[in-house]
Ligand binder design. Structure first.
Ligand SMILES: Cc1ncc(C[n+]2csc(CCOP(=O)(O)OP(=O)(O)O)c2C)c(N)n1
Length: 519
């Protein structure tokens, strides 16, 4: 066996069985090893940003890593925006990136680059092998580190000669690390603060947005009157009828500051201090009031559910919070195809346990609150703000959860960054319904232009946010990549097309010609 075969053997033994791949010549032994290993599924993605975004979506739903296969520094750098989103989502993800044979690097062949340097920019651990035997050892370590806490992005750099040279070394899988727990002292302190009578909110992020943590947060809220607020861009929020609802911190800083206004204490649970997404001239970066005390119950990477349950016990909280009700029966939406009308169709038609990828950008703003009463579902968002995440994320989630309906609420501008994901959805026959919000605009940038005070826009300024001339034809794009597509121009048409998509299986795309009312 060669180094590549050994690496595959170890990855599979470590529980990794899906590879999102975009290989090149330096990865041929790895491709061959995957081809010869029945336990590893190979998903070809036609751009590296799809590879990394799909691995993120997979990990968010599977709570274990997929492996990516990437080609030298150029391939890795193409994947970086979604590596960044994955890192911000705190998911386990293992990259394998090929490099030239070690002796070939000195000749500076065209694809030569600083592969470890690229990897270090967005990996929390990088393993560089020094021999064929090392490859699998690094593979085992990469999986182990990726499973620390909620998850980490790790990278194995695989020089081509280490992949093709013989390896006699079998590297066993390493034990999965335990999640760090919160100390008893912290539990008591937070329980005391919550019982102080001060105006308090729990600020939840990451794994604290899973059902078990939310239920415990609900107990605390019921007993103490604390509010439950979640970060603006959650990786995976479990919500819908029967679950404890959360207030989501708004994107716009002034609205966020208003939501947090009047708080005397903010208890962080798996979330950082709330900050404005961008700086704006003359506006504060920090969103909580100046006199609000910031306390921390659990860090990112600690066991938030256990911590919240312990606090609930300590304060004797035993009455569950009210959960979100099922939406009442209402007639299907009609007339103008607004984001709100789309959200009303979602509430009525979304199946139980659907997985929603929200990269709907400005169209997504009104959709979130309306869907609180939909059947229980997951809501995944763009954790790192690097657009082009939604389509790959849905692809990966669908590979992780083949029995659940995935719904990609997708802004048109963002969709164009990683549109190749449609092809992989077709090839893998994933059960993803993509709803393209066609507003022919980078609409958010029109808003931001005014908010940063960049002056009076000229037609040339505005042309840089305008996606018309030519209009993008989503039916042609989608059909061209093998995903059946329809176009909706009214709420009635959308409702019918979405209803059809919800009762059939396989990839579908609906181009929604949305009419938006901008703030
Ligand atoms: C990788 C990356 N490139 C560029 C941006 C800057 N950016 C933020 S939003 C946006 C346009 C979004 O337009 P669209 O997806 O159509 O959504 P809309 O604003 O129209 O709702 C751009 C270019 C970014 N956030 N990330």
């Amino acid at each position: 066996m060669n180094g590549a075969d050994r690496l595959l053997e170890t990855l599979v033994e470590s529980g990794v069985d899906v590879c999102f791949a975009n290989p090149g010549t330096s990865e041929m032994q790895l491709v061959s090893a995957i081809g010869n290993n029945d336990s590893m599924r190979a998903v070809l993605c036609l751009f590296e940003g799809v590879v990394s975004g799909a691995a993120d979506g997979y990990a968010r739903m599977a709570d274990k890593p997929a492996v990516t296969l990437l080609h030298v520094g150029s391939g890795f750098s193409n994947s970086m925006a979604n590596q960044h989103n994955a890192k911000r989502a705190h998911v386990p993800l293992v990259n394998v990136v090929g490099d030239h044979a070690t002796y070939h690097l000195q000749y500076d062949a065209p694809l030569t680059s600083d592969v470890p340097g690229h990897a270090k920019l967005c990996s929390e651990w990088v393993g560089i092998s020094e021999s064929a035997d090392d490859l699998a050892v690094n593979g085992a370590k990469a999986v182990q580190v990726s499973m620390q806490g909620w998850g980490k992005v790790t990278t194995v750099v695989a020089p081509a000669n280490h992949a093709w040279e013989e390896s006699t070394n079998q590297a066993p899988a390493l034990t999965t690390p335990e999640m760090e727990t919160v100390s008893d002292i912290t539990i008591s302190e937070i329980a005391g603060a919550l019982s102080s009578g001060k105006v308090t909110a729990l600020f939840l992020g990451g794994r604290a947005l899973r059902e078990d943590s939310l239920a415990a947060a609900g107990l605390i809220a019921k007993a103490t009157g604390a509010r439950v607020i979640c970060e603006t861009f959650p990786a995976r929020l479990q919500r819908g009828a029967g679950r404890v609802p959360v207030e989501r911190l708004p994107y716009f800083a002034e609205q966020a500051a208003e939501v947090l206004g009047g708080l005397e204490q903010l208890v962080l649970v798996g979330a950082g201090v709330p900050v404005s997404f961008f700086a704006y001239p003359g506006k504060d970066s920090l969103l909580a009031p100046d006199n609000c005390e910031i306390l921390k119950l659990a860090d990112i990477h600690q066991d938030t559910a256990a911590a919240l349950q312990a606090v609930a016990r300590e304060i004797g909280a035993s009455v569950p919070a009210e959960t979100a009700r099922s939406a009442p029966e209402t007639p299907p939406p009609c007339g103008v195809l607004s984001p709100l009308a789309i959200a009303q169709s979602l509430v009525q038609l979304m199946p139980d346990q659907a997985i929603v990828s929200d990269e709907a950008a400005t169209c997504g703003l009104p959709m979130f609150s309306v869907t609180e009463n939909a059947p229980p579902h997951e809501w995944m968002t763009i954790t790192g703000g690097a657009i082009g995440q939604g389509l790959p994320l849905s692809l990966g989630a669908a590979i992780a959860c083949p029995d659940r309906k995935v719904i990609a609420l997708q802004a048109d501008g963002s969709a164009m960054y990683t549109v190749q994901a449609l092809w992989s959805m077709a090839r893998e026959n994933t059960d993803v319904t993509v709803v393209i919000m066609n507003n022919r605009s980078y609409a958010i940038l029109n808003i931001e232009l005014a908010r940063v005070g960049a002056g009076q826009p000229t037609p040339k300024t505005l042309s840089m946010f305008d996606l018309s001339r030519p209009d993008i034809n989503w039916l042609d794009i989608s059909e061209g990549m093998g995903v059946p597509a329809t176009r909706a121009t009214t709420a009635e048409e959308f409702h019918q097309q979405f209803a059809d998509a919800m009762v059939s299986r396989g990839p579908r795309l609906i181009e929604a010609m949305v009419v938006q009312q901008m703030p």
